[in-house]
Design a binder for this molecule. Structure first.
Ligand code: IPM
Ligand code: MG
Length: 351
């Protein structure tokens, strides 16, 4: 098949890990006689420096016209001034919003060879296989935001708001996903305090009625945070508000041995998706060639599966990643000595 893939490497270790994800996709194309056409565009701090904006209209258009988008990471100390009007992260948020990617799918799996890489006891890690579906275009990230000077001092306001339809579409996606897995959805909220959570809960219960083969449990976010560490094996598909999902997935990465392992797919109602590792730009190790590319490479596997509908190729790529991990060819975050490029090349060879 022929596919147009836009690469947005971004900042920090973004370019290093995206180079490996692209290398692997090129190998997949070669072996399957597919034609993947890559175009590279800027996002984040590098785009601010070169174009004066973290995401240009032209880049948004290129992404809309593509079959899939592969993204590295955005942000870094250079652009971290809290008073700055323009921030790298705005590029990422705009991309998600403009492409209407309302669901961010983050699978969490522990490769048996990496049990020692996690600080948790092996018995806590047994049978962990879960997916967090994070709402991505609403909630606290996109609510009204303002600053005001008041008599009592300066005040900052962020708001957490949801329409019922925004909750419904993401919960619906979570149920469809659960139907292909262990058939359990855990809807995570803070319904003992927040009205948006009470609406979330109500809509989740309505959606559940259309899926009698899948069980729905409601869970409060604070206790879910604890259960993810003490008993993660009880979860199958977790669906939750934008910021709750942001926090819970960084936490859940501990189950997979390293933040560098987790891939993600940001999906909407069409085949187009943005695929990115959940880790950030890691400025402390950027440019050293030691970043773990597995989160990015596994994101490329999700790209093959969801946007290009090449599920055999996606499975093969995931098996290749597994075999490289089994052979201990891993980066420093997992206790290994391999470089970013060595891991990418090894995955290509294993394919
Ligand atoms: C993520 C990141 C982003 C987010 C940042 C960079 C804005 O942490 O994708 O999880 O919070 O969504
Ligand atoms: Mg995050």
């Amino acid at each position: 098949m022929k596919a147009n893939i836009v690469c947005l490497p971004g900042d920090g270790i973004g370019p290093e890990v995206i180079a490996e994800a692209r290398r692997v996709l090129e190998e997949v194309a070669r072996r399957g006689a597919h034609q993947f056409v890559f175009a590279e565009h800027m996002i984040g701090g590098v785009a601010i420096d070169k174009l004066g904006t973290p995401l240009s209209d032209a880049t948004v258009q290129a992404c809309k016209d593509a079959d899939a988008v592969l993204l590295g990471a955005v942000g870094g100390p250079k652009w971290d001034d809290p008073n700055a009007k323009i921030r790298p992260e705005q590029g990422l948020l705009r991309l998600r919003k403009d492409l209407e990617l309302f669901a961010n799918v983050r699978p969490v799996r522990l490769h048996p060879a990496l049990v020692d890489a996690s600080p948790l006891k092996p018995e806590r890690l047994a049978d962990v296989d879960l997916v967090v579906v994070r709402e991505l275009t609403g909630g606290l990230y996109f609510g009204e935001r303002r600053r005001e000077k008041t008599e009592r001092g300066e005040r900052a306001i962020d708001t957490l708001a949801y329409y019922d339809y925004e909750v419904r579409r993401v919960v619906e996606l979570a149920f469809r996903l659960a139907a292909t897995r262990k058939r359990k959805v855990t809807s995570v909220d803070k319904a003992n305090v927040l009205d948006s959570s009470r609406l979330w809960r109500q809509v989740a219960a309505e959606v559940a009625k259309d899926h009698p083969d899948v069980t729905l449990t409601h869970h409060l976010v604070d206790s879910c945070a604890m259960r993810l560490i003490t008993n993660a094996a009880e979860f199958d598909v977790i669906v939750t508000e934008n910021m709750f999902g942001d926090i819970l997935t960084d936490e859940a990465s501990v189950l997979a041995g390293s933040l560098g392992m987790l891939p993600s797919a940001s999906l909407g109602s069409s085949k187009l998706g943005v695929y990115e590792p959940i880790h950030g730009s890691a400025p402390d190790i950027a440019g050293k060639g030691v970043a773990n590319p597995i989160g990015a490479i596994s994101s490329a596997a999700m790209l093959l599966r969801h946007s290009l509908r090449l599920s055999a190729e996606a499975d093969a790529l995931e098996r290749a990643v597994d075999s490289v991990i089994e052979r201990g060819l891993v980066t420093g975050d997992l206790g290994g000595k391999a470089t970013t490029v060595e891991v990418g090349r090894a995955v290509c060879e294993s394919l």
